[in-house]
Ligand binder design. Structure first.
Ligand SMILES: [Ca+2]
Ligand SMILES: [Ca+2]
Ligand SMILES: [Ca+2]
Length: 257
């Protein structure tokens, strides 16, 4: 086959819309650590209304930061507002199955390398927490707001005993991480996650932690949908004929790196 014909074919194939691979995870896709236990409706309770508790869940399979993805969750950040603490953290880390320090550490402090998206419902003055519930990007397990990248984003009270949609969208082309609550974008950050945090590695795990301290709250998480986009390969890069290879590609999507 001529090179120009291959180029033409490559152009045509790569011009197709990229695959959108979506799945609804099941409880078997996660590991639990700390005080986490399973609720009856495929949700996890990370902490009860007990002081000095912490828990986390982790998706078993690593994902690649070189591909775009959406992770859509439902969270419940407790039923006590003024006396409710400490919150939850969505995390990317190089190793799964760990929970960081409880209390103000929200089950994330001390995990490194990592990037956390905190949902902080308790004001710790020495960490420069605002009075209101807030979100922030936290790097390498550091939970204080001491740098520009960790500037808090204030949100309405989330400790309302209701379940809320919580989505994380990653677009590697723009290095952008968008956080949505109840379908509305509330925080956006730009990070060279692979090089500036994960030391050149694109393969990471993701999970969710929660913790209580001198005050407490229920913290729960449920998993709605994961979707990954993956670029198609030129057909001659596949060891099998394209039509036979396609199901294999789908079965071993970006989750399997
Ligand atoms: Ca609170
Ligand atoms: Ca706090
Ligand atoms: Ca609150």
């Amino acid at each position: 086959m001529s090179t120009s014909f291959r180029r033409l074919l490559s152009f045509i194939i790569l011009s197709f819309p990229i695959f959108l691979l979506a799945q609804r995870p099941t409880i078997e896709d996660f590991t639990m650590s700390g005080d986490t236990y399973l609720l009856g409706d495929e949700c996890f309770r990370l902490t009860d209304e007990e002081d000095y508790s912490s828990g986390s869940i982790w998706y078993k399979r690593p994902i690649s930061l070189l591909s775009p993805f959406n992770i859509e969750l439902t969270i419940m950040a407790g039923c006590q507002d003024g006396d409710g603490a400490d919150g939850m953290v969505f995390m990317f880390a190089n190793r799964p199955n760990r929970t960081g320090f409880r209390g103000e550490g929200i089950g994330f402090a001390g995990l490194s390398p990592s990037l956390g998206i905190e949902i902080d419902t308790w004001r710790n003055y020495h960490l420069y927490d605002p009075a209101e519930d807030h979100l922030a990007f936290l790097v390498n397990g550091r939970v204080g707001h001491f740098s520009e990248e960790a500037t808090p984003t204030i949100i309405p009270n989330l400790e309302d005993c209701q379940r809320h949609k919580f989505s994380v969208r990653w677009k590697p082309d723009y290095q952008s991480l968008v956080v949505e609550i109840d379908g509305e974008p509330v925080m956006i950050g730009s990070f060279d996650l692979v090089n500036s945090i994960f030391r050149g590695t694109d393969v990471v795990y993701w999970g969710m932690s929660a913790a209580t301290g001198r005050y407490n709250n229920y913290h729960e998480v449920c998993f709605d949908r994961l979707s990954y986009q993956e670029q198609t390969k030129p057909w001659w890069d596949l060891s099998l004929p394209f039509l036979e290879a396609a199901p294999t590609l789908l079965a071993s999507n970006g989750l399997e790196h």
